[in-house]
Design a protein around this ligand. Structure first.
Ligand SMILES: NC(=O)c1ccc[n+]([C@@H]2O[C@H](COP(=O)([O-])OP(=O)(O)OC[C@H]3O[C@@H](n4cnc5c(N)ncnc54)[C@H](OP(=O)(O)O)[C@@H]3O)[C@@H](O)[C@H]2O)c1
Length: 419
């Protein structure tokens, strides 16, 4: 495959899968924030022209901005020749076509070969591992920066850690030896596409021992030769956390976020330290009520995962949960939020430990995720990024510029809290 230089391409960004539930929110956000062409040369893409035309009109109406200048890119994501053409026309592909393990591999291959930057919302660890192993060398050679997990998983965790480590280094000259990230609260719901992706991961894990092994490996996304460290398997039981004076329960996204943060550390040349430890959990409150809530949530999570993996229960779930294309209403998204608290341990003096807070002003999975993904795409297209091609994490490739963008435009906050 031959490629034009990225700066000569027709578009800065193509939002691929714009007719899906999340893709539409990304398109709406970009239109509202950047207009239809002067500030950012971007297009909406998908497989159905009529749906794209209708979407263009609807997001124009919804945002009150002209969308007439937005080009449409139409084709089937399964058609290799079309996907290569798509990758040749743009500096960045921003894709919400998932489950990615089912529909995303050809697009990643084309971007890696053609020097096209790429961001997505996958949390499918087994697929990310396959893509890294298959295309890392090509992406290095072509200059394509490929970045998975640019939504709620895993930007708040990954950039939250990046931010807290920066602050610890600024104040005390050393990185935190350990960071705990605790979910204090959130409000939001799942979409059909996310449920389809979760079920697909459970399917693959059920069939393939290698996938199960990878998911259980705390360093499963680290580069070859760097897959060990002090962190053990993810916790699956309630536990009391003295640093937060509360009971904690396992957090459903932790299995992904842990691996992404640990990969960031490796890709940043172990800037957080070779012995850095990281874990996430949900805060459930103090005392017997806190314990009861933690035990209840832990049991509920295990039951849901079990049901998703068992045929008949799974088809029942399929009937009650949203189908692909469906998700939380505008009211639910706007009333949503998330609030994460981080505790960063000073390596020698606990008195110098720091606490940070990361918040979002929309529901985590869609309202905030759409803004995070949209800003990641613009960051890859327009900001000065010093690293070359390859498979990166959000923090290791876009760290500082993305931190700035998310706070200036996307309703996220990153702050240090008084102890
Ligand atoms: N990490 C996070 O925080 C986060 C948050 C939200 C979503 N997600 C992930 O994002 C993905 C999308 O979720 P969603 O709820 O937006 O899903 P969705 O509504 O089902 O949308 C999927 C999109 O893929 C398109 N598509 C499917 N096959 C295609 C093909 N062969 N060629 C071109 N387009 C194709 C669909 O096109 P049509 O419109 O033509 O059917 C649709 O636009 C899921 O994998 C989900 O897990 C992650």
């Amino acid at each position: 495959m031959s490629a034009t230089q990225p700066e000569e391409r027709e578009f800065d960004v193509v939002v691929w899968g714009a007719t899906g539930f999340t893709g539409r929110l990304v398109a709406e956000y970009l239109l509202e924030t950047y207009g239809d062409g002067a500030e950012l040369r971007w297009a909406i893409g998908g497989r159905n022209r009529e749906k794209l035309e209708a979407l263009r009109e609807e997001i124009g109406r919804e945002t009150g901005r002209s969308a007439a200048g937005l080009p449409l890119v139409v084709g089937d994501g399964d058609d290799e020749a079309f996907v290569a053409e798509l990758a040749r026309r743009t500096r960045v592909v921003c894709t919400t076509v998932g489950p990615y393990a089912k529909y995303g591999s050809k697009l990643v291959a084309a971007c890696a070969a053609l020097g096209t930057h790429y961001c997505d919302l996958t949390g499918e660890v087994q697929w990310m591992r396959r893509m890294i192993d298959a295309h890392q060398k090509e992406a290095e050679a072509s200059g394509a920066r490929i970045v998975h997990t640019c939504g709620f998983d895993s930007i708040p965790s990954d950039l939250g850690v990046f931010f807290l480590q920066r602050e610890m280094r600024r104040r005390h000259g050393v990185p935190c030896a350990r960071i705990k990230c605790r979910v204090k609260g959130f409000s939001g719901a799942f979409s059909g596409g996310t449920i389809a992706s979760l079920l697909n991961v459970l399917d693959e894990a059920g069939r393939d021992r290698e996938v199960r092994r990878l998911m259980a490996d705390p360093y499963g996304l680290n580069p070859e030769g760097q897959r060990s460290g002090p962190d053990g398997p993810d916790r699956t039981t309630p536990a009391y956390d003295d640093d937060f004076s509360a009971w904690t329960a396992p957090f459903i996204m932790a299995g992904i976020n842990h691996k992404v943060v640990r990969r960031s550390n490796a890709l940043l040349g172990h800037a957080y330290g070779a012995e850095f430890r990281y874990d996430e959990a949900m805060l459930m409150g103090d005392g017997p009520v806190g314990w009861l809530k933690a035990a209840g949530l832990t049991g509920g999570l295990a039951a849901a995962m079990g049901a998703g993996a068992i045929g008949p229960l799974r088809s029942l779930l399929g009937r009650v949960l949203p189908a692909p294309g469906e998700g939380p209403s505008k009211e639910q998204r706007e009333a949503g939020y998330f609030d994460l608290r981080l505790y960063g341990e000073h390596p020698e003096d606990r008195g110098k430990s720091l606490r940070a807070k990361v918040t979002g002003d929309r529901d985590p999975g869609y309202g905030s995720t759409a803004k995070m993904l949209g800003e990641s795409a613009v960051c890859l297209a327009q900001d000065e990024i010093t690293v070359g091609g390859g498979f990166w994490t959000p923090a290791s490739v876009m760290g500082e510029p993305l931190l700035e963008r998310l706070q200036a435009k996307a309703g996220l906050t990153f702050s240090i809290e008084a102890d």
